[in-house]
Write a protein that binds this ligand. Sequence first.
Ligand code: AMP
Length: 548
Amino acid sequence: MLGQMMQQPLLISSLLVHAERHHGEREIVSRRVEGDLHRYTYRELGARARRLANALDGLGLAMSDRVGTLAWNGYRHMELYYAVSGSGLVLHTLNPRLHPDQIVYIVDHAEDQVLFFDLSFLPLMAAVAGRTSTVRHWVAMCDRAHLPADAAKIPGLLCYEELIDAQHDRYDWPIFDENGASSLCYTSGTTGNPKGVLYSHRSTLLHSYAAALPDSLNCSANDTILPVVPMFHVNAWGLPYVACMTGAKIVFSGPALDGKSLYELLEGEQVTVSAGVPTVWQGLLAHVQGNGLKFSSMKRTVIGGSACPPAMLRTFGEEFGVHVLHAWGMTEMSPLGTVCSLKPRHQQMDKDGRCAVMAKQGRVVYGVDMKIVDDDGNNLPFGSEKSGELLVRGPWIVDEYFKGEGGNPLRADAAGRGWFPTGDVATIDADGYMYITDRSKDVIKSGGEWIGSIELENIAMAHPAVAMAACIAAHHPKWDERPLLVVTKKPNAEVTKEELLAFFEGKVAKWWIPDDVAFVEVIPLGATGKMQKNKLREQFKDYRLPSA
Ligand code: AMP
């Protein structure tokens, strides 16, 4: 027997309609590429998104055609989020920090028909414009007055503001199958070509419900959200959708991601919740600490994308009263998998006990199922000391990559259900809190035993002279691999190799302590702000450990 409830497809356009009707006066504030601060309301977002949807219709696109964006976080990007997906097209957010060759590959693979871009990326676009095969229209996201003279390098370039000025703000958002594709994001692809993850309206809306929950990102109409995480990386962790769903004020930082600019925006707009990768927060904390400042409104910050060093968590909490929510996810997971919200049992613990829990990646958000398996694929019980490969399943987790790239990514269990192998190595404790010890390809195997590189990096990062630390495997004739710690120092700070190695004593088993330290000027960061250990391994491939 079927239930007798209304069938209403979960469509992205419904979020915008809701925000406009019930939170029409709430603000959206953006630092623009043009240099100024722009502010308007959800009501105006709705009207401009409808004009844009009319303009997209006028460009002669067909249902599910891909529309690419190369843009910072900002209100025009938000308009594209809603107008493109809402009208049945697919929003393809491109990472502008990728190499131009990769951008050409991704645009061609996605078969983008239109490319919208911020003015900062005009030179990049001019360089790739002649090399892509499917793009019919290029649109600069500005008004005519801001178009520089060399814009003519892209023949037929359209101007965003002219495009929408010419349109009416009446538009009926079409109703279609909630399983229809809504947006597309390519994985960072450190090896091989990047692969596309094609989200649906249904997966995006279910993810938004889950993300907004109190034990997830905890967002409400009373919040002001500043997603530092870019809108070109997994839909800014879903926050542009959560904002419309909850009616929170949203603040966009544009291209200015340095500590000073972020601090000014956080304070100026009285932001309550923020979200980003650890490397971004390092810059912010350095600015705040260096200038004796405080946060007057920020209550929570979500840190994810790579492991949040416990030292950062403590600084935010103990020095500034900002609660850190450590979160874990992947492009393939929309991205949210776990969030480290405490249970009543943990609230009773002392500060150190709570910090130890908060440094874990956290427990699953309802909707996601996770498990760890050993080398032979056997399930490891929650609470087992052993780490294993982390597998996930759920309604906002990828089933296959765009165009079937790379074949079937799933692994079947005994009941024939598919699980997505995350490539992360983790433990899960008896309370269900997951802790990542490594990426499987970053694991250090010494004499057949695993050494957790993230734990070693976290310890090094707690040293006052260390700005960033990466631990990689170096070849060893006896042990096969031994840990080598690669470090950048804070400006004007000094520490010797011996002092740093002594800092590990008593904190980990003796055989985990790195064999050597290499000081470098920079640790390479990838397009989403993560340390590129594959590049470091290449750089140090001929390195001889003193113990070797
Ligand atoms: P991406 O798809 O580019 O967002 O990368 C996803 C990968 O980033 C995950 O599989 C993890 O290896 C890593 N990652 C994300 N969040 C965390 C976290 N909180 N701690 C450790 N690693 C993380």
